[in-house]
Design a protein around this ligand. Structure first.
Ligand SMILES: [Cu+2]
Length: 155
């Protein structure tokens, strides 16, 4: 009986410390838009919250596609232009939003493996401080502002 209680306490404290270590970065609303079979790339969107007291940065995204980049969007004379950047800052106690027309993850080389509605795309986010965070992108119908795929402007 005593041993059992000790064991339970040990497991509880282990669980608590693991949860603490992983709880600083919280990722929500991980979505990608469905793509046409001929589309070469698709955008990934999400909200990243940093509950820690250290500024962090999303520096890499890994997924089972030929190339995955972090992009931002700039508008020049009303024309959206995507720019490859090295990372997205996630300030301590703050958040970063990846959305159409702004920061996004660019999955490239989709020819032959398009994003199909309701599919789940596993990926690993890599943060400067928090390290690796596993996420699942859900494929959703193209939103009305979802025109951020390279060379693909269909509504
Ligand atoms: Cu892009």
């Amino acid at each position: 009986m005593k041993l059992n209680t000790l064991f339970t306490a040990a497991v509880l404290s282990l669980t608590a410390s693991v949860a603490l270590a992983e709880s600083e970065i919280h990722v929500m609303d991980t979505t990608v838009f469905e793509t046409a079979p001929t589309a070469m790339a698709g955008g990934g969107f999400m909200q990243i919250m940093n509950h820690g007291d250290t500024d962090d940065k999303l520096i890499d995204v890994r997924a089972d596609y030929p190339r995955v980049e972090i992009h931002t969007t700039e508008f020049e004379d009303g024309v959206a232009k995507m720019i490859h950047i090295e990372g997205i800052p996630v300030p301590a106690g703050g958040m970063a939003t990846l959305e159409p027309g702004g920061f996004h993850v660019m999955f490239m080389g989709l020819q032959g493996t398009p994003f199909v509605l309701d599919e789940i795309i596993p990926a690993t986010l890599v943060f400067e401080h928090a390290g690796e965070v596993e996420v699942m992108f859900k494929v959703v119908a193209r939103g009305e502002h979802g025109n951020m795929n390279h060379g693909e402007m269909n509504h």
